[in-house]
Design a protein around this ligand. Structure first.
Ligand SMILES: [Zn+2]
Length: 416
């Protein structure tokens, strides 16, 4: 099918600052609030001058019935400073264009971009830089964009420039290292947000189905199995934090310094049942994640100890440093047992047998892709993935860990 070039052939004048202009326009247009705004007031407040500069916004933001929607992209702009991660999420949002049907006809200003990624850019589990060369881009535009060659070339330049702004292009390697694992969580949340905003079903099965039906893994530039694994982890979190309702501001949780020190003096600390601490919400998330595994459910471990440890590390993954923000003011991490709790390991449910990890690295640790070994006084990560940047990285342990458990996990993984 051929698509009209629309305004994508205009001059966007990004001026090499990445998608900072988009970031700024979102913050201003929404007045730094996570509430939908009328399209007209967004235009007035966004601070972008004139019609030409405003045009790109339509390609990135979702709007419905004259209102600009709040989604993960808007959340990231308002809550975080501008970064390459934001730019990549912005490019992903542009690729999320899809054709609608029935009552929910989705605006698809540049459906060809979505098709380009799925048909040309993605191959063998990642993005191929050769697809961004003229030799591939030009025939594609000729085939899909209904315009004279001058307008087509302008579309092509604008489109490829977005990859430049995202630091995907030019590339010195045949594979574009999208670093998808660094932005997969916001990307999946954004894809699910858009799906629901477009009237899609919001149950777990429907959300997971998008990985294949919309080929989200191709849009992410990542291996299908990897994306399914991450989505399986993240979908329950997404549902538990309220899907789109997560943007409604909640009370800020109180800080935990008061009880942290005491907590670490005794490993079996009991926190008051009705403590009203901010992480009670977080515990709801834990429960959802744990439902995933019948095995874990049977173990009925004491989550309070895990919560203490997660608080100690401020919900920051000890391996990659990610602090996964999942709501307006909530963060998420998981407590991983070093020596497994169930058969055949029978490890203890103690803080000295736990690490605090992000969901992805928890999974990789449990499956033996990652393990720890001791070198001198510090522990380092050993990865089975070729070229894994985590391989050899020293981790900072600031809670007492039993060396025997680490050795047990290390040796057990070695036998696998
Ligand atoms: Zn991690």
């Amino acid at each position: 099918m051929k698509y009209p070039p629309g305004s994508f052939s205009k001059n966007f004048a990004w001026h090499g600052t990445g998608l900072l202009k988009l970031h700024t326009a979102i913050c201003r247009g929404f007045q730094n609030r996570l509430e939908p705004v009328e399209r007209q007031s967004f235009r007035n407040d966004s601070g972008l001058d004139g019609s030409l500069s405003l045009i790109p916004i339509n390609f990135f933001l979702h709007n419905h019935n004259g209102r600009m929607s709040v989604d993960e992209l808007v959340f990231r702009a308002i809550e975080y400073p501008h970064s390459t991660h934001f730019d990549r999420l912005g490019l992903f949002s542009l690729h999320l264009n899809k054709a609608g049907s029935g009552d929910h006809v989705v605006e698809c200003p540049i459906m060809w971009a979505n098709e380009f990624v799925r048909e040309c850019l993605w191959s063998n589990g990642t993005w191929q830089s050769s697809a961004l060369q003229d030799g591939t881009l030009d025939p594609f535009f000729e085939d899909r964009v209904d315009a004279k060659s001058e307008a087509r070339l302008k579309c092509r330049s604008n489109y490829r420039h977005l990859f430049e702004l995202c630091k995907f292009w030019p590339s010195s390697t045949s594979l574009i290292n999208s670093g998808a694992e660094q932005w997969i969580m916001p990307a999946l949340f954004l894809a699910w947000d858009r799906h629901i905003l477009n009237g899609g079903l919001d149950d777990e099965m429907s959300l997971l189905k998008l990985i294949d039906s919309d080929e989200l893994y191709k849009l992410l530039g990542a291996n299908r199995e990897y994306v399914i694994m991450c989505a399986d982890n993240l979908v329950e979190i997404y549902i538990d934090v309220g899907r789109l309702a997560r943007f409604q501001k909640t009370k800020k949780p109180p800080t935990s310094e008061i009880w942290m020190d005491t907590a670490f003096q005794q490993e079996f600390i009991e926190l008051p049942e009705e403590s009203g601490l901010g992480w009670l919400e977080q515990q709801g998330v834990d429960e959802a994640v744990e439902r995933r595994s019948a095995e874990r459910q049977e173990l009925k471990r004491d989550r309070k100890k895990a919560a203490v440890l997660k608080q100690h590390y401020d919900n920051t993954c000890m391996f990659c440093g990610t602090r996964l923000q999942i709501t307006y003011d909530g963060y998420y991490s998981e407590a991983a047992h070093i020596k497994g709790l169930g058969e055949p390991h029978n490890g203890p449910d103690k803080i000295s047998n736990m690490l605090v990890l992000c969901p992805n690295h928890h999974l990789q640790f449990d499956r033996g892709v990652l393990r720890l070994y001791k070198e001198g006084a510090s522990y380092r990560i050993k990865s089975k993935i070729k070229g894994d940047p985590l391989h050899g990285k020293a981790i900072a342990l600031t809670h007492p860990v039993d060396e025997d458990f680490i050795k047990y996990h290390h040796d057990w993984v070695g036998q696998m």
